[in-house]
Ligand binder design. Structure first.
Ligand code: ADP
Ligand code: MG
Length: 238
């Protein structure tokens, strides 16, 4: 298992947001975590990314501890890319500069920008556009291209399709899955959308009130929910 969380809990003051979350993701695979709004999905990703530290438990990558309650490897040293819900592109920078942002200045930089644009099915004609001149789906693919540019070993996607209208969603999702598969990067996606989780993940986990209540292959979780709450959330029969 390449990315591993062991008994991760997180409290903010008296509020417990995550309780004993243990999950592992194999190298090069995609895990989707589905849960209702407020169930702790973003907090979990922020802990893996290194924007927050766990209150208990450990996060490790290839056997190396990235975070425990006493020490953390800083976010920019983890080799983990993060795509926020709204993409969070820099509005005043072109597509080229957005994607190049995390890359060292070098002669190969522009070639790498073009490479990840190709990977994410972005037309090179978009290089000099600004974010507001792009469709929502294009903006999300630029956000993914920017995250992929430094060749991270893990990509975290926080509800990357939720701001898109339904017409764009399936197309953008397919383009992103293709890019992730071609780059071979290990991916965790979180979403409140059951259909999205089922079609995106090779593994599926269900989070409820800060606890991972079930994990496994999507069809297994869907066909055999462990309790009525999971069944109701997934819209399946128990
Ligand atoms: P989700 O992404 O599943 O909607 P979040 O991880 O954003 O859930 O939030 C889970 C819960 O944790 C919410 O009740 C939220 O208000 C709370 N929470 C998140 N961040 C903080 C924080 N910095 N301080 C206090 N409470 C927080
Ligand atoms: Mg969230």
């Amino acid at each position: 298992m390449m990315l591993q969380l062991t008994d991760v809990s997180k409290s903010f003051g008296a509020t417990t947001v995550l309780t004993d979350v243990s999950v592992a993701v194999e190298r090069g695979t995609r895990l989707a975590i589905v849960g209702a709004s407020g169930s702790g999905k973003s907090t979990l990703l922020r802990i893996i990314a290194g924007f927050e530290g766990p209150s208990t438990g450990t996060v490790s990558l290839d056997g190396r501890v990235l975070a425990n309650p006493v020490s953390t490897v800083s976010a920019h040293r983890r080799g983990i890319g993060y795509v926020a819900q709204d993409g969070a592109l820099f509005p005043h920078l072109t597509v080229r500069s957005n994607i190049a942002f995390g890359l060292r200045r070098s002669p190969g930089r522009d070639a790498r920008v073009r490479e990840v644009m190709d990977l994410t099915s972005l037309d090179l004609e978009l290089l000099d556009r600004y974010p507001h001149q792009l469709s929502g789906g294009q903006q999300q693919r630029v956000a993914l291209a920017r995250a992929l540019a430094p060749a991270p070993t893990v990509i975290l996607l926080d509800e990357p399709f939720s701001a898109l209208d339904t017409g764009l969603r399936a197309h953008t999702r397919a383009a992103m899955v293709t890019a992730l598969e071609r780059s071979g990067v290990t991916t965790i996606l979180v979403t409140h959308d059951q259909e999205e989780a089922l079609s995106f993940g090779q593994q599926l986990a269900v989070i409820s009130a800060g606890r991972l209540v079930q994990a496994g292959p999507p069809s297994e979780v869907f066909d055999a929910p462990i309790n009525a709450a999971v069944a109701e959330f997934l819209g399946t029969a128990l």
